[in-house]
Write a protein that binds this ligand. Structure first.
Ligand code: FES
Length: 93
């Protein structure tokens, strides 16, 4: 993945979106908290992911909603990088 890329990853419960920022990788829930949209289909704008449906946004570092109509935060997930392989640390839903 290059800087600015987003990848959807299936989880045992739902899916995550993994983002490559200039300083590393981040992961959030893929489902927007405002509606049935995949954030992996959105666009990164600095540290924020813009939802493709109504253009609300979330900080990918914290999961906080940062632009309306999004209000509720989304989950974030820790990542481990070992020998260049990025692994999402799944601890349940
Ligand atoms: S579904 Fe994401 S902003 Fe509305």
């Amino acid at each position: 993945m290059k800087v600015g890329d987003i990848r959807r990853v299936e989880l045992p419960s739902g899916a995550a979106a993994v983002y490559r920022l200039a300083d590393g990788f981040y992961a959030t829930a893929d489902l927007c908290s405002h509606g049935d949209a995949s954030l992996a289909d959105g666009e990164l704008e600095d540290d924020n992911i813009l939802c493709p449906y109504h253009l609300g946004s979330f900080c990918v570092r914290t999961g906080a909603a940062v632009a309306a109509p999004c209000i509720d935060p989304i989950a974030t997930y820790p990542l481990e990088i070992v020998d260049g392989t990025v692994t999402l640390v799944w601890t349940g839903d």
